[in-house]
Design a protein around this ligand. Structure first.
Ligand code: ATP
Length: 354
């Protein structure tokens, strides 16, 4: 079932949480709503679910306006950050709950319920724990039960609000991959809210980057990461170095350094140049186009890459990420003066601000 959000506005008191927001989620897609705290992700999810009403705009499920359709009739499955499992029911009964409370005519037989619940518990790899109570499970296991419970009623749309938010980093990573695999198997149109870039980029088919109640960009993880439409997206999706530059005749000048620009840019005395830490290199020799001189102030060797923090002659902090191999070649030391060269830069028109 596809979801179409058209020109939604939501106002709380005198605060506009969503501003004329539109979004299309095709059938079977797994979409992440990604944005900082307060950007309106949960509000949008709740409006899609029918838990909140919009002040203007429409939500269509499979082309049908669902404004007057009660939450229960929307065939939506929910999973929230705090797994609201029934404490007095075991895992099996938690998952079976949505089926048991159906009107008699629509309720499956006891055998069918048993079969469906075991199938779902197998899917979330918890069949052996069917008799346990929520208090006897780990956080990750409880969240998987919550997901099985949401899936039991065969929703057409699955909505997840920070589903792994309260779990530790390792369990989060595991559940992330697991959600991806589950979605590949079931293909239920799914929307999940997260403020974690890595989570969104790793799990989603498409990422909706939100900021102050608006959509900044919608795209595949690759598109939003490698081709950010705005400085906000560039900044939000990873670390970035910002340099003040002057643009003249197709080149950007950062101090002594001249960089050829891939696209035509109007001349400017006050442009901002954006460079990701892994797109900067460090060398001992000055390059032919000039370089940025900087002093090494910190080296972090823990991890698959080496993170080097430098201070430019103008006093700006520069973050650089290089491979362990490159680091061994350079034999960098703290307090040394070196040259920093960008391999790729990004310049946004001046009317954008972060
Ligand atoms: P977070 O990641 O912190 O959960 P979010 O992006 O999900 O943030 P929302 O929960 O959608 O953001 O909230 C968007 C804005 O609307 C926030 O500034 C919030 O304070 C405000 N807001 C949300 N619900 C209400 C409410 N019931 N009454 C008043 N303001 C609200």
């Amino acid at each position: 079932m596809s979801i179409e959000v058209q020109n939604i506005t939501k106002i709380f008191g005198n605060f506009t949480a969503l501003k004329d927001l539109s979004l299309h989620v095709p059938t079977g897609e797994l979409v992440a709503l990604l944005g900082p705290s307060g950007s309106g992700k949960t509000t949008l999810l709740r409006i899609i679910a029918g838990l909140e009403t919009a002040d203007a705009g429409t939500v269509l499920f499979h082309g049908e306006d669902v404004e007057n359709k009660h939450v229960r009739k929307r065939k939506v499955g929910f999973v929230f950050q705090h797994y609201a499992l029934f404490r007095h029911m075991n895992v099996f009964e938690n998952v079976a709950f949505g089926l048991r409370v159906r009107a008699r005519k629509k309720r499956p037989s006891e055998n069918e319920i048993r079969e469906r619940v075991h199938k779902l518990l197998n899917l979330v790899q918890l069949d052996r724990m069917a008799a346990r109570f929520p208090s006897q499970l780990s956080g990750g296991q409880r969240q998987r039960v919550a997901l099985a419970r949401a899936l039991a009623v065969e929703p057409k749309v699955l909505l997840l609000d920070e589903p792994f938010g309260s779990l530790d980093a390792r369990v989060r990573r595991e559940l992330r991959q697991w959600l991806r695999h589950l979605h590949d198997e079931l293909h239920i149109t799914s929307v999940f809210v997260t403020h974690d870039q890595e989570e969104a980029l790793e799990v989603a088919d498409r990422v909706v980057v939100m900021n102050e109640g608006r959509v900044e960009q919608v795209g595949t993880p690759d598109e939003v990461y490698h081709h950010p439409a705005t400085p906000f997206v560039y900044n939000f999706l990873g670390n970035v170095n910002l340099f003040h530059a002057r643009i003249e005749k197709g080149k950007a000048y950062i101090g002594e350094l001249a960089i050829d620009l891939p696209h035509a840019q109007p001349d400017s005395e006050s442009a901002m140049v954006y460079v990701r830490p892994h797109l900067l290199d460090i060398s001992r020799a000055r390059g032919e186009n000039g370089d940025l001189r900087a002093r090494v102030v910190h080296i972090n060797l823990a991890g698959s890459i080496v993170k080097v923090e430098l201070l430019s002659e103008k006093g700006d902090t520069i973050q650089v990420e290089i491979s362990q191999e490159r680091f061994s070649q350079l034999l960098l030391k703290k307090h040394e003066d070196v040259y920093v060269t960008p391999k790729e830069v990004r310049i946004f028109p001046q009317d954008y601000s972060i």
